[in-house]
Ligand binder design. Structure first.
Ligand SMILES: [Zn+2]
Length: 390
């Protein structure tokens, strides 16, 4: 009989700046006692030192938490070169200029990058059927692949919806336990006609499919709903738009109309889609989102890089809205590692308790994608992936 080496009986006490265990509000600073491969205790480092005086103390710094969830990205843009530019330059100079790079190869390269990171799951926007086929086959992806739907002409909505529905029904037969699930994403409230938005929402709600929608990313978006005009309208690409914006949304733009209020009054928020960005919102918008029980995903680096503004974190948190974090694509977010967004957000919101940011990246993301999150607590297996340093 071989006894384990004496070292494996010596408890280790890891001390970090921020500990989030997967439940509660976390500790700052925090500590984790590990015996062998098992968590023995978590909490305040001073108390743990007192309880485990024999423990070998390791100052790991940074964050200890379950792997974070990247709740919003565009893996099929992973071959793009990152460039920080104002939104209305970024669209033509990056998204359109590099459009040949968008597709299956980029999607698979992005999935490869994710597989090398500690990541608890991914919410990915999938733009083409070919990319969906490729990503759905990946055994190593957990989370939701949201198929993107666009179409500003209400008269074409039924045809677009019928094609989408046929594809979704095929893909759902390919879902495997533990693998990625199919979701839907009407691109934005202004690039999807009111009729298509309603068809997709009702279908997703009826089938229990998760939804994401990009909402209120740039200040020109509420301007468009209030005036029917502005840079989003004047920079629109023809021939993809009807004569007026009123035709797209099925009502006349008016002061006080916002993309969030529009979605609420259309009945879309009642289906609890996850709302992405939500940077340029009003107090009334936040109240509507809270009432509907929708979660939001913030992409802090992307929003700053594209000069869209700063997500009002404190106001959403005060309203009780579930917040998650996403990188957005490499083209605007720079990397697919959502830990980089946590670090960025700590500088962006110096007043905010960093435990809230870590909790959002872990638990908020798990809620959005309906993924189980491992706990770091007494009796659970320890994993070095819980230490978020590089
Ligand atoms: Zn996005």
């Amino acid at each position: 009989m071989t006894l384990p080496a004496p070292d494996s009986f010596t408890p280790r006490l890891l001390i970090c700046d921020v500990l989030y265990t997967g439940m509660g509000s976390g500790h700052a600073p925090g500590g984790v006692v590990i015996v062998g491969d098992t968590v023995a205790a978590t909490g305040n480092p001073a108390q743990l030192r007192a309880s485990y005086p024999q423990a070998h103390v390791e100052q790991v710094g940074g964050i200890i938490a379950p792997p974070p969830v990247n709740a919003h990205t565009h893996l099929d843009m992973s071959a793009y070169a990152f460039q920080a530019l104002p939104y209305f330059r970024w669209l033509p100079e990056v998204v359109i200029a590099q459009r040949e790079l968008r597709g299956v190869a980029g999607g698979l390269a992005g999935a490869d990058q994710l597989s090398r990171l500690p990541v608890g799951g991914v919410g990915d926007i999938v733009w083409s059927p070919e990319v969906m086929d490729a990503l759905l086959a990946r055994e190593d992806l957990r989370g939701v692949l949201y198929f993107e739907v666009l179409g500003t002409f209400p008269g074409k909505a039924d045809a677009v919806f019928a094609t989408m529905r046929e594809r979704v029904e095929t893909w759902r037969k390919l879902e495997r336990p533990g693998g990625p699930r199919i979701g839907l994403t009407p691109h934005t409230p202004y690039t999807v006609s009111h009729r298509l938005m309603k068809l997709v929402t009702d279908y997703a709600a009826g089938e229990g499919l998760p939804m994401q929608i990009h909402v209120a990313e740039h200040p020109s978006e509420p301007e468009l709903f209030a005036t029917g005009d502005g840079p989003l309208w004047t920079n629109r690409l023809q021939p993809f738009w009807p004569e007026t914006f009123a035709e797209v949304i099925g009502r006349t733009p008016e002061p006080g109309l916002t993309p969030v209020r529009y979605l609420d009054e259309l009945g879309v928020l009642a289906a609890k889609p996850t709302l992405i960005h939500m940077v340029n919102v009003t107090a009334d918008d936040i109240a509507r989102v809270a009432r509907a029980g929708c979660a939001v995903v913030s992409c802090p680096r992307s929003n700053i890089h594209l000069e869209c503004g700063t997500f009002p974190w404190t106001a959403f948190a005060a309203a009780g809205v579930e917040i998650a974090l996403g990188t957005d694509s490499i083209a605007s977010g720079q990397t697919l590692d959502v830990r980089d967004d946590v670090a960025f957000a700590r500088r962006l919101y110096p007043q905010l308790d960093p435990r809230l940011l870590v909790r959002a990246a872990v638990k908020g993301g798990g809620r959005v994608l309906d993924l189980p999150i491992p706990f770091i607590r007494r009796g659970e297996a320890w994993s070095d992936r819980y230490v978020w340093s590089d």
